[in-house]
Design a protein around this ligand. Structure first.
Ligand SMILES: [Zn+2]
Length: 143
């Protein structure tokens, strides 16, 4: 991990590790797992996601004397950064308790996700006789 000079350092000069490692580090520092079962950990994820939503809404509606314009031009508030981290760490910890690699789960989903939410492309079908507005080709170019 270190010593090869290629490690990426974060804000605090610490080597950046992936989520599972950080979640384990956090748990080790706490010295006690306050959410020892999968069910309690899943509830913790929801609680943290709720706090994240709260921080985002506070920023959007209250933090700057009115509505924040979208996309936001402000520095992301420390409270939002904290809740993002809490939520992600809780999720990584949950994945660990389920004995699955979260990144692997996400990769699996992304690589197999074939949904396409772009608007449908224009489709022109030549009707034949008397059709003088078109080359006879089906136009699948985006609008
Ligand atoms: Zn903003």
């Amino acid at each position: 991990m270190s010593g090869d000079g290629g490690e990426q350092l974060g804000l605090y000069g610490q080597e950046l590790t992936e989520g599972h490692a950080l979640a384990r580090q956090q748990l080790a520092r706490h010295g006690k797992d306050r959410y020892p079962t999968v069910e309690l950990q899943a509830a913790k994820v929801c609680a943290e996601a709720g706090e994240l939503m709260d921080a985002v809404l506070h920023h959007h509606y209250a933090a700057h004397g009115g509505r924040c314009t979208s996309p936001c031009q402000h520095t992301i508030a420390a409270s939002i950064r904290k809740e993002l981290a809490d939520t992600a760490l809780a999720l990584y910890t949950l994945a660990g308790k389920l004995n699955v690699n979260l990144i692997e789960c996400m990769a699996e989903l992304v690589w197999n996700d074939e949904r396409d939410f772009r608007p449908p492309q224009r489709l022109i079908i030549r009707t034949g006789e008397g059709d003088d507005h078109g080359s006879g080709h089906t136009d699948r170019r985006p609008r």
